[in-house]
Design a protein around this ligand. Structure first.
Ligand code: 10D
Ligand code: SF4
Length: 315
């Protein structure tokens, strides 16, 4: 008979929900209590399948178009933020909008608006078609382009090379953006922009995975496939030559991944609930003895109060 398997499981710290995600989910929950159901949410409130399923069961209706919200209805804008056109359209359609955009994304919006008001072309370093990038680009009417790679940074054309500003998506890695920023600075020496807009929560979770990768042979990143920050956590591990898998929950685990593995690291993206991490640990317990160690990491104290809910539309 085979000897029982033993796993040492190391948990990254910090991991899971960030302050912006907690606030966004709380905003949906409060809205469900405050307004007559149903409450509509434009786009997934955060990019996590389990969070969406849970809120859907509580009465939230997720839509991709404002035209799917009935007149007089309530619509919540997701944590990733929206364009000015979406805000205007909601007002025109006479729907009550509740803004669950993370305040750190809103500060990127303000930066885009300021550069534009000062006559700059604005370059948004980030992923094409990601809702945060689309929302940031849509804060101004023109003069914005998305730059997703060094190749795109080499080719991008601006009206006046002396008047250019850039911002970045909040959930990238420093190594994703450094080559792009270097290229832009070489081409447009007067370009203005921050070191990055990568947020503290994204950075802390990446630093924690680096720590995890030093001590483990395999890493599970709990998070959904459309979650940018969760994908970046997997990349951080893979770049350190540690096999890593992005899993929605324990049911995604292929037991073959565990062949010859003793030390397993677990982390979770900023939109992944902690109960899913517990589910992975419980699943591993079904495979052998599990010894758990919680790594020490940066403590996060940031809390964003939930969105102020406007009064119901009565007419
Ligand atoms: O895809 P993502 O990482 O931007 O979003 P997710 O909903 O997974 O996590 C929260 C991050 C936000 C809202 C972007 F700031
Ligand atoms: Fe806000 Fe950062 Fe969380 Fe995005 S990952 S919601 S920017 S705190």
């Amino acid at each position: 008979m085979d000897a029982p398997r033993r796993f040492q499981v190391l948990l990254a710290s910090p991991r899971g929900f960030c302050a912006g995600v907690e606030r966004a989910i709380e905003t949906v929950k409060q809205s469900l209590e405050e307004y007559q159901k149903p409450v509509y949410v434009l786009h997934e409130i955060v990019h996590n399948r389990h969070v969406i399923e849970e809120l859907r069961e509580s009465g939230a209706i997720f839509v991709e178009h404002l035209s799917d919200v009935p007149q007089g209805g309530v619509v919540i804008f997701s944590a990733h933020g929206v364009s000015k056109a979406v805000e205007r359209c909601a007002a025109d359609l006479n729907v009550l909008s509740v803004n669950a955009t993370c305040p750190l994304v809103t500060s990127v919006h303000r930066m885009v608006e300021r550069y534009h008001a000062e006559g700059c072309n604005v370059l948004i370093i980030g992923h094409h078609n990601h809702p945060e990038v689309e929302g940031s680009a849509g804060r101004v009417s023109d003069g914005v382009q998305v730059v997703a790679s060094v190749e795109e940074a080499e080719k991008v054309q601006v009206e006046n090379p002396l008047k250019v500003g850039y911002v970045t998506q909040t959930t990238l890695t420093q190594s994703d953006i450094s080559g792009i920023i270097t290229t832009l600075k070489r081409r447009f020496p007067d370009i203005r922009g921050p070191r990055s807009n990568i947020c503290f929560a994204t950075q802390n979770r990446q630093d924690a995975v680096r720590d995890l990768a030093e001590r483990t042979e395999l890493i599970f990143v709990v998070g959904s496939k459309n979650s940018s920050n969760s994908n970046r956590l997997k990349e951080v591990a893979v770049r350190r030559n540690i096999p890593a898998h992005l899993i929605d929950d324990a049911s995604d685990i292929d037991p073959q991944w565990l062949e010859g593995i003793r030390r397993i690291g677990i982390t979770a993206g900023a939109s992944a609930p902690e109960r899913l991490v517990k589910g992975v640990i419980d699943w591993l317990k079904g495979y052998g003895d599990v010894e758990i160690e919680q790594l020490k990491g940066v403590k996060e104290h940031t809390h964003f109060a939930a969105t102020f809910l406007p009064k119901k539309i009565t007419s």
